[in-house]
Design a protein around this ligand. Structure first.
Ligand SMILES: [Zn+2]
Length: 332
C-alpha cells in the first residue's frame, strides 16, 4: 500500500489535502535530492484532518522551485484516505500515529507499511525527523520529544520555548525515529490556521539550512513531562451544561499550558451520579485517585498540574482523549 518515488508527483504543489487520495492513490514516501545528501525526514497527515504539515511542505517546496534544496528531503504523506474526508482516520483504519515500530497494535498492513518506511529511512541515516500535527482546543504551538537528549531538545527549542516530553502513547512516529535520528513532533494549533503553516514551514527551512545540531542542552526552553492522560468512558454522555452524564468546562480550553492549582474544578457530574473520568499514567496504570477527587458532584484536581490538548470537542475526545496532564521538568 506504500508508494515510493524519487520525483515530485506532478500537481502535488497545487492540490488540497483532500485531493491527495486522487493524486497519489495511497500513502507516499517522496525522496527529493538536495546539496547535502543526508536527508531531512518530514512526516505529514498521519492524521487525515491535520493538514498544516502538508501545506507547510507544499509552501516550502514552492519556494525552492527554481533553486536546489540545501539538503535532501524525504517526505511521508500519510493517511490520504482519511484526508479525503477530513477525518483523523477512517473507522476501518488504525490510528496512523500509533502503529510505528514500538507499537502495541496487532500486526496489520498498516503496521507493515510504517515498518517499511522506518527501515527505508534508517538506512538513509536522516539528519533529523519532523512530524507535524494539529490539535483541537486552544494550545500554543509547541514541540514534543520522546527522549531527552541534547540534539532532540535543541531541535525542539528551534520551534519555540515550550517543549513536551512524552513516552506514551506507544507506536508514534517520533519515538520510532528517535532510535536512529533526532526527532520532534510539532503541534501547530488548530488545523487550517495560517500561522501554524508559516511557523512550521519556517522551522523546516531553518533545519534544512542547518549544518549540524548543537550538542549542548538548550537553556531557553520550558520543558514539560506528560504524566497522565485523561479519557472519558464510552458509556457516559458529555456536554458543557444540559443533562448529560458529565459536564465539561469550556473555560479549561483556554487554560492549556497554564498551571491549575489543587482544588480546581475539572468537570461536573450530571445526570448519572456514577459518572467518572479515567486517568492513566505512562505505564497505563489507573492513577485517578492521585489526581482527581469528587467533591459535591464535581470532579476536582487533587494537586496542581498543567493541562495540554484539553478539548470539549466530542469527536476529538472519543478519538483520542480529553486532555493530558503535565508537570514541569528541570534538565541539569
Ligand atoms: Zn495528530
Amino acid at each position: 500500500m506504500l508508494n515510493e518515488t524519487d520525483t515530485l508527483p506532478q500537481g502535488l504543489l497545487d492540490v488540497k489535502a483532500e485531493q491527495l487520495l486522487d493524486l497519489l492513490g495511497s500513502p507516499t514516501l517522496i525522496h527529493l535530492e538536495g546539496e547535502n545528501r543526508q536527508p531531512l525526514f518530514i512526516s505529514t497527515l498521519l492524521h487525515g484532518n491535520e493538514t498544516t504539515g502538508f501545506y507547510a511542505v507544499q509552501q516550502l517546496l514552492q519556494s525552492y522551485a527554481n533553486r536546489p534544496l540545501p539538503r535532501s528531503i524525504s517526505v511521508f504523506i500519510g493517511n490520504v484516505a482519511a484526508a479525503a474526508v477530513k477525518r483523523r482516520r477512517l473507522d476501518s483504519q488504525p490510528d496512523y500515529n500509533r502503529i510505528w515500530p514500538g507499537s502495541h497494535h496487532a500486526d496489520c498492513a498498516e503496521t507493515d507499511m510504517m515498518n517499511t518506511v522506518s527501515n527505508i529511512m534508517r538506512t538513509r541515516k536522516p539528519f533529523a525527523s519532523i512530524d507535524i500535527h494539529n490539535n483541537t482546543g486552544r494550545n500554543p504551538h509547541y514541540a514534543c520529544v520522546n527522549i531527552l537528549n541534547a540534539h532532540c531538545l535543541q531541535l525542539a527549542g528551534m520551534f519555540g520555548g515550550t517543549v513536551v516530553y512524552f513516552t506514551s502513547p506507544k507506536g508514534v512516529q517520533s519515538a520510532a525515529f528517535s532510535d536512529f535520528c533526532p526527532s520532534v513532533v510539532l503541534e501547530c494549533g488548530q488545523s487550517g490556521e495560517a500561522d501554524g503553516i508559516t511557523h512550521s514551514r519556517d522551522f523546516i527551512r531553518t533545519v534544512l539550512e542547518l549544518d549540524k545540531i548543537p550538542g549542548d542542552q538548550p537553556s531557553h526552553i520550558r520543558l514539560y513531562h506528560t504524566v497522565a492522560r485523561v479519557t472519558v468512558p464510552e458509556m457516559y454522555s458529555l456536554d458543557a451544561g444540559g443533562d448529560a452524564d458529565l459536564h465539561l468546562s469550556h473555560e479549561l480550553e483556554n487554560r492549556n499550558f497554564n498551571e491549575l492549582s489543587a482544588g480546581s474544578v475539572f468537570a461536573g457530574i450530571g445526570a448519572n451520579p456514577g459518572a467518572h473520568l479515567i486517568v492513566t499514567n505512562e505505564s497505563n496504570e489507573d492513577v485517578n485517585d492521585e489526581f482527581l477527587e469528587i467533591v459535591d458532584r464535581r470532579i476536582v484536581l487533587k494537586k496542581s498540574v498543567t493541562l495540554s490538548m484539553y478539548t470539549t470537542d466530542e469527536r476529538a475526545i472519543r478519538n483520542d482523549c480529553l486532555c493530558y496532564l503535565m508537570e514541569r521538568l528541570q534538565i541539569s
